[in-house]
Design a protein. Structure first.
Length: 152
């Protein structure tokens, strides 16, 4: 006589797999979001460093395409794309050189409930206090923009 699983045994196995999925999938999604945020932070720091190097030999700060198209380039081609916003690991990156000889760079999530990030010529990095990015970042003059806190 052939041995096989009963319907009850199969249902128990399916329930166990479903419970494991319920526990594991949210953790994996949080890990992915955390990883993307870490990449965004590092990319903004790279942009700020590149701006300092660029400004040392030029009268103004650069756009992302200027940083990426310089010879040699100050940043990689993913961040220094020709048509900003440049997208890397789920974030849109923009750099805005300002008329008062300053700049700011932003990393805004393409989709999802992650935080926005901001850095300026002082090299201080800020994170939005919620998943909604604050508007009018470029208008502020000193310190953290409204709705942002400093990242240590």
């Amino acid at each position: 006589m052939k041995k096989s699983f009963t319907l009850v045994e199969v249902m128990i196995i399916i329930c166990i797999i479903a419970l494991l999925a319920i526990i594991v999938i949210p953790h994996l999604l949080r890990s992915k979001l955390s990883n993307q945020e870490s990449i965004a932070v590092q990319a903004l720091r790279t942009i700020a460093d590149a701006q300092i190097q660029y400004r040392a030999t030029n009268p103004t700060y650069a756009t992302l395409s200027q940083l990426g198209n310089a010879n040699p380039p100050y940043i990689d081609s993913t961040l220094g794309c020709s048509n900003p916003p440049c997208i890397k690991q789920g974030y849109k990156f923009t750099v805005t050189p300002r008329a008062d000889n300053k700049f700011y760079a932003e990393a805004v999530p393409v989709k999802g409930k992650t935080h926005c990030f901001y850095i300026d010529e002082d090299g201080v990095l800020y994170r939005s206090t919620n998943a909604a990015c604050a508007a009018g970042i470029g208008a502020h003059k000193e310190g953290a923009p409204a709705g942002y806190i400093e990242v240590q």
